[in-house]
Write a protein that binds this ligand. Structure first.
Ligand SMILES: Cc1cc2nc3c(=O)[nH]c(=O)nc-3n(C[C@H](O)[C@H](O)[C@H](O)COP(=O)(O)O)c2cc1C
Length: 190
């Protein structure tokens, strides 16, 4: 699959087949993430690969708690009803854990200092989603969790940030979102 087809064909997946993802596929996805660009090539990511059912269920129930809290704070009705079953149903969740110390020279900026590690980790996540799609797998970038709770469930180092939980598996169905025309969002300064 060429890169343009992968980019335009990838859609978030929220319904997964229970079939396991092979180790070879997981490694291909990890390798794709690892080739992402990052500030000063600091490679601010680490990956935690979760296939353990008990751990996925703990993350799922804590995400339900988080969702309830966010609904109460926001009043957003869609949030209350938003099912999160994909968190426990996905055969694998890859946690992209970022190291805030690996932000490159942006740590010394006056504005937006220290966000470089998030940007590098985000590039890794996108690479991984495209790789999963190219392998015929679905993926979802999941973010409805409190970092401290995820750190505790996974016994993560306090200095590391769970930037994204990437749910991956064979898709039963995927979303069908559209995009605005990029021309509406582009300014050329010639
Ligand atoms: C940083 C980030 C966080 C996201 N968090 C969630 C999430 O917690 N739950 C969810 O269902 N989708 C989440 N998404 C997926 C978006 O809803 C999705 O990418 C968007 O609606 C566009 O749809 P598409 O990915 O199918 O093109 C997240 C995406 C990004 C980039």
């Amino acid at each position: 699959m060429d890169v343009f087809t992968a980019i335009s064909g990838r859609r978030s997946c929220r319904k997964f087949h229970p079939e396991a993802v092979s180790d070879a596929e997981i490694e291909k996805i990890l390798e794709a993430g690892n080739w992402a660009p990052s500030p000063a090539n600091q490679q601010p990511w680490e990956f935690i690969v979760i296939t353990n059912t008990g751990i996925k269920e703990r993350i799922f129930s804590e995400s339900e708690v988080c969702k309830k809290k966010l609904f109460e704070r926001s009043g957003w009705k869609w949030l209350e009803k938003f099912p999160l079953d994909f968190v426990k149903d996905a055969p694998v969740i890859i946690v992209v854990a970022g190291d805030p110390k690996k932000s490159g020279a942006d740590m010394f900026l006056d504005e937006g200092a220290g966000r470089g590690y998030l940007e590098g980790c985000s590039a890794a996540v996108q690479n991984m989603m495209l790789a999963a799609h190219a392998l015929g797998l679905g993926s979802l970038w999941f973010s409805l969790y409190e970092a401290g709770v995820v750190r505790q469930i996974l016994s993560m180092d306090a200095g590391k940030e769970p930037v994204a939980l990437l749910c991956i598996g064979k898709p039963v169905s995927t979303g069908a979102t559209k995009r605005k025309d990029f021309r509406e969002k582009t300014t050329y300064l010639r």
